[in-house]
Design a protein. Sequence first.
Length: 254
Amino acid sequence: MLVEKTGNGWRVFMTPTEYRIMLDAADSLDAEVAMRLLAASLRVSRVAHRPLNTFKSVDTPYGQIWLCEVDQKNDPSVRNQAMSTREAWIPQRTIDKIRQMNVDFNSDRQLFLNTEATIRNWVKRAGERAAEQTGDRDFLKITPHDFRRYFATHMLYRVGADEEVVRQLGGWKSVRNMQEYLRMPADVVAKELTKHQVLEGDMQTVDPNKAVHSKVNELDMALSNLDESQRQKAEEQLKQILDTDYVQSSFQDL
């Protein structure tokens, strides 16, 4: 968990495991659903006032997805009030949890009959339980807005979603406005360093054997995607390249 001190509080950037711990620490289904919606980029005010008929399923060539129409009027973070609504993506697991509340998505009634203060208290109590269970007191610093930070960081750095898609789903005016919500997670850094065989080394040395084996595996995967005639031609071209004096001399010390 990455924690940054601000003027009047904290910015907390959760890992997927810490997010899961918060969900498990929820003391009710309502509290868990609220945190899931916060992690889908909804602000606490939009979670507290959420008509059921704003959720809708949409068929796409890639399958069905669920979207939620979010009112952005009078939202101080949205400077262009002409864009008064956005559509947030709601994960299927969150929809399944909402269904457990025995609701009708065609109804115009509110999902929660609670205030923003109640939802903030749900998050606070979950943080207290998580801190008690794990011994990590940083859970006490988590607020509803940190789930929005989790959405931005997770979607961009772990999922690898397109920047513009994340911006529009989250309702930010520009990519620049998202910067406060983004920090490079340590697990993503470690994964990238491992990918390039430098995690256990330093900035000056790379194990040449590891580097070669990695490239060989990449070539093998690429060749496996070709048909028989294409693969034979590619293998012949590759052999000609490997037989050159320059390449042979490069491999003398391996």
